[in-house]
Design a protein around this ligand. Structure first.
Ligand SMILES: Cc1cc2nc3c(=O)[nH]c(=O)nc-3n(C[C@H](O)[C@H](O)[C@H](O)COP(=O)(O)O)c2cc1C
Length: 210
């Protein structure tokens, strides 16, 4: 697939569009939360941002993820690399919610209580929180949930504010010390509902230390 932007992109006039979705290129995260029975659920999300060690997630209502967070305000942000896209896609039509809400059933979702098994992923106990981490994900961020807000203008999702408590990484993506080596880390990008890895590096910011 040729993803090179046309030469004249910068000077082309824009046109108004009405896209069905606006995932314009976000890293995929696999959020683990605690089920009632003490096992962990996995939910693929792409709505997240970080400022310092504070991470904010956009979570749809009606799913198991927000239900679990409201009962036990802890979660793990497991960050898959591009090689894990097939496992992520195995999780895509599954929900831990039983019964499956109508709107999810209409979208083809099926109930799955054991998503680790369904996707061939391995749970490992966390240090600071109750939900398990996902061993295969090169970055795992254990978080306490600090605040859940339901926007007045859109009650179908929640803004979930979290704070990192304990952060883990595979040694293979590290540059030494606490620095992740960006040339070894290839996050999985959700780009208008298609999965991508990163293209070769273009440069770095003046603050880069690696
Ligand atoms: C790549 C990908 C990204 C997604 N991003 C989000 C998201 O940012 N927020 C959200 O609420 N759901 C998102 N979803 C949909 C949830 O994964 C889906 O609602 C699923 O049912 C959640 O599982 P659960 O009901 O067991 O929590 C995404 C799905 C995929 C495959």
């Amino acid at each position: 697939m040729n993803c090179t932007a046309p030469e004249n992109n910068r000077v082309s006039p824009s046109i108004p569009i009405d896209p069905k979705i606006l995932y314009y290129g976000m890293p995929v995260i696999l959020v683990t939360t605690l089920n009632q029975d003490g096992t962990s659920n996995i939910s693929p999300l792409s709505s997240s941002w970080a400022l310092g060690h504070n991470l904010v997630l956009g979570m749809g209502f009606g799913g198991k993820c927000i239900e679990n967070v409201q009962r036990t305000p802890q979660l793990v942000i497991n960050v898959p690399d591009a090689s894990l896209w097939r496992q992520v896609e195995k999780l895509a039509p599954l929900t831990g919610k039983h019964p499956v809400p109508d709107y999810k059933a209409q979208a083809g979702f099926q109930y799955e209580p054991d998503k680790f098994n369904a996707a061939g992923l391995t749970p490992v106990p966390s240090i600071a929180v109750a939900p398990a981490r996902i061993a295969e994900c090169p970055i795992q961020i254990e978080c306490e949930v600090r605040n859940v807000t339901i926007p007045e203008y859109a009650s179908f999702f929640a803004i979930v504010e979290t704070q990192a408590q304990s952060i883990h990484a595979h040694p293979g993506i590290m540059a030494g010390g606490s620095h992740v080596d960006p040339s070894k880390w290839n996050p999985l990008i959700y780009n208008f509902r298609h999965y991508f890895g990163l293209s070769p590096a273009l440069g770095h910011t003046y603050r880069a230390e690696t």
